[in-house]
Design a protein around this ligand. Sequence first.
Ligand code: ATP
Ligand code: MG
Length: 551
Amino acid sequence: MSTTSSTHFIREIIAADVAAGRYGGRVVTRFPPEPNGYLHIGHAKAICLDFGMAREFGGRCHLRMDDTNPTKESMEYVEAIQRDIRWLGFDWGEHFYFAADYFDRMYECAVRLIRMGKAYVCELSQEEWKEYRGVPTAPGRESPYRNRPIEESLALFERMRAGEFPDGSMCLRAKIDMASPNLHLRDPVLYRILRVPHYRTGNRWVIYPTYDFAHPLEDAFEGITHSLCTLEFEVHRPLYDWVIETLGFDPPPRQYEFARLNLSHTVMSKRKLLELVREGLVSGWDDPRMPTLCGMRRRGYPPEAIRNFCELIGVTKYESLTDIALLEHCVREVLNRTAPRRMAVMNPLKLVLENISDGERFVATAPNNPEQPGEGERQIPFGRELWIERDDFHEQPPRDFYRLAPGRAVRLRGAGYVTCTAVERDSEGRIVALRGRWSPMSERLKVKSTIHWVPAAEAIPIEVRLYGRLFRIADVSAIPEDQDFREWLNPDSLRIVKALAEPAARDARPGQTVQFERLGYFCADERDFRPETPVFNQTVTLKDSPVAPTT
Ligand code: ATP
Ligand code: MG
């Protein structure tokens, strides 16, 4: 099923460039994650756009590790990022790059800028640098080192690289305009001294380029045409263009900004996600409650649903908060087509069919998926005792309750009918079982509802993990800075239920999502796979689940 694609400003810009023959008609985009965390649903929006535009215009999209800041990067993240993008359905072919592999070329570009009189080594401390930079409403002050001789800057920069100076004692700055209303143009820092080993270049470098210097260079080296990023980089664009123009890259890559995805009831900051993982507030990056792609995969979200969601939310220039319910809608839409139907009972109540004798066996048939007749039917054995959902019975049914009640009949999915004849109680008056009379399908009783069930003799125990929202506030960004965002975590985001399922539930492959009829979609867990007691993660409820699986 394809979601209708509406056009957006980035598609229009690229189409116009292609039509005008700019870049010789080529379209080259890139997705540049920093390998300092796992990818989340916000990244999926960028991935779908970067790879999607390249695919649509017959171009290519590079996967580039934007690894110029050594402090938090690692190979674990590099590998997870590749796995998640492939899972989402995109491929970079041979165009896999590491920004760190360009360190030599970046250094040469910096030297060229110094030679041109466009960059200088500055020895102001960080505090002084900030103070000299000033505020947007008034011009800043020029560094006393700004006009030092080119030869002096060249020599100092080389010694910076050789490790002769301590961290933070000096830096390389572009010489642009200390009076610009855009603070990013007030002689921004291009290189800083940082004695942190890099996961890829080890101890080879003690100076590292800043994002603002590195990113345009990476794009230029790779021949990127359209560099798509989120809105917070809009104010950096004049500096991006300055680097490209000053160094004479032609044709110039161009940066375009779009609004990031903000999703309700969750966080997207890698720092906060890392905190949840480190402090054990979730079970890991792939905890099914996490907004990460690996978490969603483990929860049973199909990649197609995530792609459809990204298409549906579109690409704009305006920040907004998207309700997580929209993502869940996309998940249901795909799973309704693809997930095999099974029956499971979350809160079991025994039903004894009085007119079936102890050893007598019958077989019910039910479609594997009513949306896919080609997938055939499954057979479910049953006999005298069944488990049904406690919620499907009401001793004194309210007006709008059409399910089982004393004296009333309902359809048993695939297995005929039952009429409730008696209620059994324990010594404290609690209902422990129901008795009923079974009627085969051929009797065509007039009933108002169908309930699900599992055969008591063949039922298999399963563990079901029910998930609520990760946060109990829709807009997590609205939590004031002085408050701990963790206090808004939903304490009921995970509940574990021992449930009973029909035998076919055992055939679910790890990672496969099934629909437990009338309850919702559930994914056989990949990590905690146990054949004797399969574990199912709740993927999403049905649009109108008649039985709330949380009761
Ligand atoms: P951090 O949380 O550390 O600020 P980040 O989420 O921006 O980092 P990157 O690895 O730099 O992480 O992101 C890679 C790309 O994904 C960037 O081009 C960025 O613009 C894009 N991206 C990140 N978050 C979102 C989001 N919520 N919506 C859309 N695109 C995003
Ligand atoms: Mg970033």
